[in-house]
Write a protein that binds this ligand. Structure first.
Ligand code: PMP
Ligand code: GLN
Length: 394
């Protein structure tokens, strides 16, 4: 018997991951680097985030223990999370039993799906959907049921929910505000969805990482606050988005105790904890006064308007953006599809964007490209200048 084998295994790894391409954000950022392009693809701000938060993290690195913090998160951060959501969203959360700190919203999502989905359970997903959702649902053994939200309004319609909900529905995964379409779901959408969750006894996992990044006087409404949803909602937040520090990967999960019990069992074997100095700094940041949040929103809204105006001026048709770091443009007149369009603008015009079809499993929407506007004026202006070439006769 020989130990060495020159046979290639027919399949290395679980089919969900073995057959998965690299995430579009990573591929586009690499193409942007290769072509010296302005990267308006992957969503991250140009800046360094608030100085006082970085200083708090640096101080905490020296002053707090760098050994394992408690598995559910530092008590100071869990208390700060509960106080933050009481103040901003009127939620009543028990910091000891209903709040858990995770390594970013990504871990919270993966953990929630691993913990809650049983093989064969149906999971309702809304397209366009964040690219992590579907592989995680599939890996957890869930059966996806898609609701396709149609541009340009991307609203939740009763008829579409009625088609996918059934007694097999176990989980509904909603992203509000919605990346990439920059839609903010309001009272009507949420009340409708809550009614279906109650009727079919489904648990809602609500990815609310963009909750503070909403514009034009809108208020974020948590799905958890809808009637009958308190005991059936897992709410997910991320300090990365609240403080424009996307690399920090400090997330939080809020859920009623029976759900939190099982969520914490997944978390204890995924990451167990998150760096304590970052937790301490986020605890400090969450108590920032209204001025910080209003300032952050105002600045981003100004950048949104600047990019939207620039893109419209050169000839793009720009869709509305009610929140997130993103706006989308309709490219139907410029290219056969969004992937070809994004490849062309990064290689020939030096600007990276994200094809919105990457957020659709069923692929029928191929005419939208997403740009990130969380950048300096100079970066946005330079990108518009480069893209103007698309509309000049050759
Ligand atoms: N969900 C959505 C909708 C996102 O847009 C992102 C990142 N932009 C995440 C989750 C991941 O958040 P985190 O970086 O905290 O893991
Ligand atoms: N959420 C970010 C975006 O939508 C990307 C995060 C990532 O690259 N994984 O651009």
């Amino acid at each position: 018997m020989t130990l060495a084998s020159n046979r290639t295994p027919s399949l290395i790894g679980h089919p969900v991951f073995a057959e998965l391409p690299e995430t579009v954000f990573e591929s586009m950022s690499r193409l942007a680097r290769q072509h010296g392009a302005i990267n308006l693809g992957q969503g991250f701000p140009d800046g360094q985030g608030p100085d006082d938060l970085r200083a708090a993290a640096a101080r905490a690195l020296e002053s707090v223990s760098n050994q394992y913090p408690p598995m559910l998160g530092l008590p100071s951060l869990r208390r700060a999370v509960a106080a933050h959501y009481r103040h901003h969203q009127g939620l009543d959360l028990d910091p000891e039993r209903e709040v858990m700190v995770t390594s970013g919203a990504t871990e919270a999502l993966a953990g929630a799906l691993m913990a809650l989905v049983r093989p064969g359970d149906e999971v309702v997903l809304f397209e366009p959907m964040y690219d992590a959702y579907l592989p995680l649902v599939r890996r957890a053994g869930g059966v996806p049921r898609f609701v396709s939200l149609k541009p340009p309004r991307f609203r939740i319609e009763e008829g579409a929910l009625a088609e996918v909900f059934s007694e097999h529905t176990r989980i509904v995964l909603l992203n509000n505000p919605l990346n990439p379409s920059a839609t903010v779901f309001g009272q009507d959408d949420l009340a409708l969805l809550a009614a279906f969750c109650r009727r079919f006894d489904a648990v809602a996992v609500c990815d609310e990482v963009w909750e503070h990044v909403i514009f034009d006087g809108r208020r974020h409404l948590p799905l958890m606050a809808q009637p009958g949803m308190r005991e059936r909602t897992v709410k997910i937040g991320s300090a990365g988005k609240i403080f424009s520090l996307t690399g920090w990967k400090v997330g939080f999960v809020m859920a009623p105790e029976p759900l939190m019990r099982v969520l914490s069992r997944a978390h204890q074997f995924l990451t167990f904890t998150t760096p304590p100095n970052l937790q301490e700094a986020v605890a400090y940041g969450l108590s920032k006064d209204e001025g910080y949040f209003e300032g952050m929103r105002a600045e981003l809204a100004r950048s949104r308007d600047r990019l939207a105006a620039g893109l419209s001026r050169i000839g793009f048709s720009v869709l509305p953006s009610a929140g997130t770091y993103f706006l989308t443009v309709d490219i139907a007149d410029l290219a056969a599809d969004d992937v070809a369009f994004c490849e062309r603008i990064v290689t020939e015009h030096g600007v990276a964007a994200i094809p919105v079809s990457a957020f659709y499993a069923q692929g029928e929407v191929k005419n939208l490209a997403r740009f990130c506007f969380a950048k300096t004026d100079a970066t946005l202006d330079a990108a518009v200048e480069r893209l103007a070439g698309l509309f000049r006769p050759a």
